[in-house]
Design a binder for this molecule. Structure first.
Ligand code: NAD
Ligand code: MG
Length: 394
C-alpha cells in the first residue's frame, strides 16, 4: 500500500489525482490532503478518503474545517500553515507526495518532501523553475525519486531510455527534446488582436481544463517557457536542445529525437489522469479512467512553429534559461504577479509579457546559493513588478 500526501488536493490536478487513487483502493491510501481556502471541497474529499490530516492556510479556516469534519463523523485532523504542509510532506508514514499547489507557494513543502527522500510527483512546475539548481541538488543528495506530471515532461520521460542520465547510460544518443504546445486559445491571433482579450477568454483552453493561472500561462505561451526551463532541469539539457512544436490536437504530448534518426513520441487523449497514473504506478502501469485513443476518429495530426512575434513570453523565458542564475526565479515571480493582475483586470493580456520583460531588465541576475537567496530574488521581483503594474494603471 502506497501512502500518499496530495498537496493542492482541491485543484484540477489534485482532483484528477484523487480520481485515479479512488480506482485503486488496494494500492493507494491517502495520508494527507491540502487546500488553500476551499474548506467545503476539502471536507468532502476527507469524507471520501479519510486522511489522517487536512491542511489549510490559516487557523480560522482550520477551525471551520475541523467543525465540519466533526459534524460528519470524520476523524481527520485539521491543521494549518506552511509548517503543517512540510510535516505532511515529510512524515515517516508517507511514501509519495503529489506536489500540485500552484505557484511559488508550493516550493517549501515540495522541498520538504525532497529532503525526506519521498517519491515526488511534480505538477508544481513553478517550484522547479524558481529554484532549479537547489531543487535538483536536493533530489540528488536525498536520493528521492522525481517523476514529472506535466504531460510534456511525463511524455519525454516515457520516451527516454530508462538509464538516461546515469553514469552507465549517459545521453544514449538523445539529440533533441521536442516539447509539444497546443498553442492555447489564441493560436493564430496577432499580438494586436490579443490586446483586448478577457480573463475568461484566456481561461477557455481548447483541449485542457485547468486552474486559472496555468490557463493564462497557456494562452500567453509562458507556460511553454516555464516548461522549457522545467525540462532543462529535469533532463539536464541546455535550452538549445529543446524545440517547441505547436501541435493543436494535443495528442502527441512530446517527443525525443535520437542520433540514428528515430523520433519517439508518447500519444494519448488530453487528460491529466494518464501522466498521474503513469507516475503513481511507475514502473508498473495501471488503469487511469482515460478513454483509449481512437486514431481513426482523430484522423490527422498537425504541427507548426510557434509565432514568436505574437507570443513574446516564449522568447523571454528562453532568454532567462540562457541567462541562468536567478533569472528564472525573477521570470516566474514577475509572471505570477502579472497573471494575477490580468485576472483582476488591472492590466491587459499583452501587458503580461511587458511586466515580465521589464522586471527581468531591472533586476540584476545573480547565482542563488541558498533557499533564502531564492526567496529574496522572488520577493524583489514581486515588489518591482507590482510597482510597475501600479505605474501602468495610471
Ligand atoms: P488549481 O488552481 O486548480 O489548484 C491549485 C491548488 O493549490 C488548489 O488546491 C489550491 O487550494 C492550492 N493553493 C493555491 N494557492 C495556494 C497557497 N498559497 N498555499 C497553499 N495552497 C495553495 O491549479 P492546477 O491547474 O491544479 O495546477 C496545479 C499545478 O500543476 C500548477 O503548478 C500547474 O502549473 C501544474 N500543472 C497543471 C496542469 C493541469 O492540467 N491543471 C497540467 C500540468 C501542470
Ligand atoms: Mg504541460
Amino acid at each position: 500500500m502506497q501512502m500518499i500526501t496530495v498537496l493542492g488536493a482541491t485543484g484540477s490536478i489534485g482532483i484528477s489525482t484523487l480520481d485515479v487513487i479512488a480506482r485503486h483502493p488496494d494500492k493507494y491510501a491517502v495520508f494527507a490532503l491540502s487546500a488553500h481556502t476551499q474548506i467545503n471541497k476539502l471536507a468532502e474529499q476527507c469524507q471520501q478518503f479519510n486522511p489522517k490530516f487536512a491542511v489549510v492556510s490559516d487557523a480560522v479556516l482550520a477551525d471551520q474545517l475541523q467543525a465540519k469534519l466533526r459534524a460528519c463523523g470524520c476523524a481527520t485532523e485539521a491543521i494549518y500553515g506552511v509548517d503543517a504542509l512540510c510535516q505532511v510532506s515529510s512524515d515517516a508514514a508517507v511514501d509519495t507526495v503529489m506536489a500540485a499547489i500552484v505557484g511559488a507557494a508550493g516550493l517549501v513543502p515540495t522541498l520538504a518532501a525532497v529532503h525526506a527522500g519521498k517519491k515526488i510527483l511534480l505538477a508544481n512546475k513553478e517550484a522547479l523553475v524558481m529554484a532549479g539548481g537547489l531543487f535538483m541538488q536536493a533530489v540528488a543528495d536525498s536520493g528521492s525519486m522525481l517523476l514529472p506530471i506535466d504531460s510534456e515532461h511525463n511524455a519525454i520521460f516515457q520516451c527516454l531510455p530508462t538509464d538516461y542520465g546515469t553514469s552507465s547510460g549517459a545521453d544514449r544518443g538523445v539529440e533533441k527534446l521536442l516539447l509539444s504546445a497546443s498553442g492555447g486559445p489564441f493560436r493564430g491571433m496577432s499580438l494586436e488582436q490579443m490586446h483586448s482579450v478577457t480573463p475568461d477568454q484566456a481561461c477557455a483552453h481548447p483541449n485542457w481544463s485547468m486552474g486559472r493561472k496555468i490557463s493564462v500561462d497557456s494562452a500567453s505561451l509562458m507556460n511553454k517557457g516555464l516548461e522549457l526551463i522545467e525540462a532543462c532541469w529535469l533532463f539536464a539539457v541546455p535550452e538549445q536542445s529543446i524545440e517547441v512544436v505547436v501541435h493543436p490536437q494535443s495528442i502527441i504530448h512530446s517527443l525525443v529525437q535520437y542520433a540514428d534518426g528515430s523520433v519517439l513520441a508518447q500519444l494519448g487523449n488530453p487528460d491529466m489522469r494518464t501522466p498521474i497514473a503513469h507516475a503513481l504506478a511507475w514502473p508498473q502501469r495501471i488503469e487511469s479512467g482515460v478513454a483509449h485513443l481512437d486514431l481513426f476518429e482523430i484522423a490527422r495530426l498537425d504541427f507548426e512553429k510557434p509565432d514568436m512575434r505574437a507570443f513574446p513570453c516564449l522568447a523571454i523565458a528562453r532568454a532567462a534559461a540562457q541567462a541562468g542564475g536567478d533569472a528564472a526565479t525573477i521570470l516566474n515571480a514577475a509572471n505570477e504577479v502579472a497573471v494575477q493582475a490580468f485576472l483582476d483586470q488591472r492590466i491587459g493580456f499583452t501587458q503580461i509579457a511587458a511586466v515580465v520583460k521589464e522586471t527581468l531588465n531591472r533586476q540584476a541576475v545573480s547565482e542563488p546559493e541558498s533557499l533564502e537567496a531564492v526567496q529574496e530574488s522572488d520577493n524583489q521581483a514581486r515588489l518591482y513588478s507590482s510597482a510597475y503594474i501600479t505605474r501602468l494603471e495610471k
